[in-house]
Ligand binder design. Sequence first.
Ligand code: IMP
Ligand code: MG
Length: 198
Amino acid sequence: MKNGIYYSQELDIHQDIQEILLTTEEIQEKIAELGKQITGDYTGKNLLLLGTLKGAVPFIGDLARAINLPLEIDYMAVSSYGNSTQSSGVVRILKDLVIVEDIIDSGHTLHYLMDVLRQRKPLSLRVCTLLDKGRERIKPVKLDYMGFQIPDQFVVGYGLDYAQRYRNLPYVGILKPSVYEDDMTEPQKQHQSPAEDA
Ligand code: IMP
Ligand code: MG
């Protein structure tokens, strides 16, 4: 017991990580670059950063602070859109939208999101993702701003979760397979539908 807190093996989230892929410093360095790029591209525009809940929350916070422009921030729960891609008489979004994503895997989630947003006829629509698994896409999507390409392995940290855990790791790491081996569902399988929480 230290400072009234129990430290035990079970409470240490770092022990479930097989390998750190991206350190806090590497992530922040890349975000500074992306922020500069976006600052240059959106000068004089009406920028709205639109983060996907919940994985992109740490990323959008750091990214917004790396952009030296007036901007707005909003969040979108992909699951709340259900299956309705049909919208009738929806209000136009008179903004230059940048969707901020944590990770693109099959491209399914992003493709769906862009379909929904296009119906709102924004002034412009681009995508900024921290991670790209670089695997063959089920749905083709253009990534305008991309942080890192990573191998096709299940990663957690810096917003990314496994079963809602590990989002608070300050780095991106590969989760030890032993953590999910006993589970009925593989982590990848849990995220296949864009209707699920991303
Ligand atoms: P996609 O629809 O296949 O492109 O998957 C994108 C979504 O799946 C992301 O928004 C994440 O929520 C989730 N996802 C994909 N790969 C990982 C991973 O390695 N770790 C955690 N979540 C992931
Ligand atoms: Mg997720």
